[in-house]
Design a protein around this ligand. Structure first.
Ligand code: C5P
Length: 367
């Protein structure tokens, strides 16, 4: 921590919350050459928040405290997360320093625009910590999907039968959000056609919000036609049926009425449409099953013309954990119980492998 940082948060607070020692002093008698020992065996140095002062020092090689000296002595990449008043951010000196640092290959996370602690409004706000973490994770993720376009469906669908009611399901969109984040980190251009969800999708993903399966289908067809995605991942829990009729007025309960019959009609199968269209090189679907998981997934692989079905027990819907198996035409790979984020990483790695395989096959058939 710099002296200025210690004015905002006490080093003891940092030490207690992180469970790690806090280094502050270039001349600490307990540490021999702390700026040299701190820079050893590091993969990345992140300064968050990075003030105009530390940015100026980093740009000009000034080393007059422990943080700036460590930066000068570093052997690894540096990521700065600027945080300062909008006028300080716009000042010609800061603009020059940022240009210099970018030229030196220094990475930046933020800043954001918005209201500032001093009351001003504009650029210079520290990026949200979760987004800084996303940038750090992206730095460490090999860009295995670089240049690839990934189209996804996500969340539940909502099929209304009157202005206040409808048929939906318990899909939270969590697994889709985790897959989208992993795909973005891997360098893909991601578009998500999503039913109503509360989870946040990654900033860098384009989101097309929809309600009904029919709208989801139209949005997917438009994306296929306009952008020719390389891969499609159908994560949405698409309602198989929708009410045949929609009542403009709220359906009233009649006296002595014990049942309500709603006639349902079949929705289009989006995954099957995409699979059979042959537009995407790789098509991945999901199957939430209660019985005969592997057998049902194999059937789905064929009838939906998919390259892989990720099959999980129906109990995974809405939960933070998942336990899945990957079914392809080569067989079944059973995955252990994992978080949805871990499973998402594995799906993206497998997608990259399947895309590579398809490219080789296409090359071999055309030669
Ligand atoms: O047929 P089933 O619902 O079990 O298949 C699940 C897979 O098919 C999921 O990937 C889901 O997104 C997709 N699906 C679809 N359109 C439907 C029904 C399912 O895209 N109408």
């Amino acid at each position: 921590m710099t002296k200025a940082a210690a004015q905002f948060v006490g080093p003891l607070t940092f030490e207690t919350l992180s469970g790690k020692p806090v280094a502050e002093d270039l001349w600490d008698p307990k540490m021999r050459l702390p700026h040299i020992s701190l820079r050893k065996n590091k993969d990345l140095i992140v300064i968050a928040p990075a003030t105009a002062n530390i940015i100026a020092k980093a740009a000009n090689g000034i080393a007059d405290d422990l943080v700036s000296s460590t930066l000068l002595a570093r052997e690894c990449p540096l990521m700065l997360c600027p945080a300062m008043n909008v006028q300080m951010w716009r000042n010609a000196a800061t603009v020059r320093n940022i240009q210099t640092l970018k030229g030196d290959g220094v990475l930046f996370s933020g800043p954001e625009a918005g209201s500032q602690a001093c009351g001003d409004v504009g650029e210079g706000r520290l990026r949200e910590p979760v987004q800084i973490l996303e940038d750090i994770e992206a730095f460490f993720t090999p860009p295995i999907l670089s240049g690839k376009k990934v189209l996804m469906t996500a969340g539940p669908t909502f099929e209304p039968f009157d202005p206040v009611r409808g048929i939906t399901n318990g899909s939270s969109g969590r697994q889709a959000a985790a897959i989208a984040a992993a795909a973005v980190r891997a360098g893909a251009e991601v578009t998500i056609v999503s039913g109503p969800v509360a989870v946040p999708y990654p900033d860098k993903a384009a989101v097309i919000p929809v309600q009904q399966a029919q709208e989801m289908f139209e949005a997917v067809k438009k994306e296929l036609a306009e952008h020719t995605p390389d891969a499609f991942i159908g994560v949405a829990a698409v309602g198989d049926w929708r009410p045949a009729k929609y009542s403009e007025s709220k359906l009233k309960k009649e006296k002595d009425q014990d049942t309500l019959t709603i006639k349902l009609v079949k929705n289009p199968d989006i995954l099957s449409y995409v699979g059979h269209s042959g537009i995407c090189s790789v098509v991945i679907g999901f199957a939430a099953e209660t019985d005969n998981l592997a057998e049902n997934a194999r059937k789905k692989l064929d009838c939906k013309a998919a390259d892989m079905i990720v099959v999980n027990p129906a109990s995974a819907i809405g939960s933070a954990q998942n336990q899945a198996s990957f079914v392809t035409k080569d067989g079944i790979v059973v995955k252990g119980r994992s978080s949805k984020a871990e499973l998402a990483e594995e799906i993206i790695e497998t997608l990259a492998d399947l895309l590579k395989k398809k490219e080789i096959e296409t090359y071999e058939t055309s030669n």
